[in-house]
Design a protein around this ligand. Structure first.
Ligand code: ADP
Ligand code: MG
Ligand code: MG
Length: 248
């Protein structure tokens, strides 16, 4: 599904990714952990195609196709989804309208017809109900005045409607409370599928008690320096990252 080879990237002339290799299979949930500043968020931005991040070497293949030349919206159409750590607020744009626009933009890129309003309403109602989102929230401006939990629900709703092939969740420094933790982990677990991969970036092991990963990777100084199974997360929790600060 996803193959990252020798990825080097910089932002504002600062080298951040230094030859990162990572493979994530279809259906796999890969957790990336690592000390603050190791480049985890940068990796998620580079994968999603955020402007300002320059790839200087390496390759990223999604189902065998290189995505590095694609703009962010093309990657989104190919099924790359990045859940934002700090969701943006969009005053004056109803959440419902935002979701419909995002879905139709994706469909346009894919050469699919626009969703009609009734079809969209059917989809969004079913998903919102499953995520315990009230209709009233969908009429409010995107993320404006949303509680932490509502923002998380909205993020999972977006993810679910956009039907990603590769979903990247960066929860690194967000200090998820118990409610948000449950929303995110239930949301991800519900969306796990044989043809969908997840990269779950987290600073803390506790999220991985709820989203049990297939693989755990330690990032340090812009590289993956160790990979293992879910037990690696427990080891990191016990020992911290002191072994990895100078690993790269
Ligand atoms: P992590 O998510 O693992 O904490 P980041 O990817 O946020 O790490 O940051 C990695 C390094 O890159 C840090 O040293 C950070 O200060 C630096 N960095 C991130 N974004 C920028 C930027 N826009 N300009 C300059 N340096 C940046
Ligand atoms: Mg950080
Ligand atoms: Mg980060």
């Amino acid at each position: 599904m996803l193959e990252i080879r020798n990825l080097h990237a910089e932002v504002e002339d600062k080298k951040i990714l230094n030859g990162l290799n990572l493979t994530v299979a279809a259906g796999e949930v890969a957790a990336i952990m690592g000390p603050n500043g190791s480049g985890k968020s940068t990796l998620s931005y580079v994968l999603s195609g955020k402007p300002g991040y320059t790839v200087t070497d390496g390759e990223v293949l999604l189902n065998g196709e290189s995505i590095l030349q694609m703009a962010a919206d093309e990657r989104a159409a190919k099924g790359v989804f990045l859940a934002f750590q700090y969701p943006m607020e969009v005053p004056g744009v109803a959440t419902m309208t935002f979701l419909k626009t995002a879905m139709n933009a994706q469909r346009k890129h894919r050469g699919e017809p626009e969703l009609t309003t009734p079809d969209f309403m059917k989809l969004v109602k079913a998903e919102a109900e499953a995520l315990l989102i009230k209709q009233e929230m969908l009429r409010r401006s995107v993320n404006v005045g949303f509680s932490g939990g509502e923002k998380k629900r909205n993020e999972i709703l977006q993810m679910s409607l956009l039907d990603p092939k590769l979903a990247i969740l960066d929860e690194t420094d967000s200090g998820l409370d118990i409610d948000a933790l449950r929303i995110v982990s239930d949301g991800v677990n519900r969306l796990r599928r044989a043809d969908r991969s997840f990269i779950v970036i987290t600073h803390y092991q506790r999220l991985l008690n709820h989203i049990v990963p297939d693989s755990v990777h330690v990032m340090s100084k812009g590289r993956i320096v160790r990979s293992g199974g879910k037990e690696l997360a427990l080891e990191l929790e016990a020992n911290g990252y002191r072994d990895y600060q100078d690993a790269a």
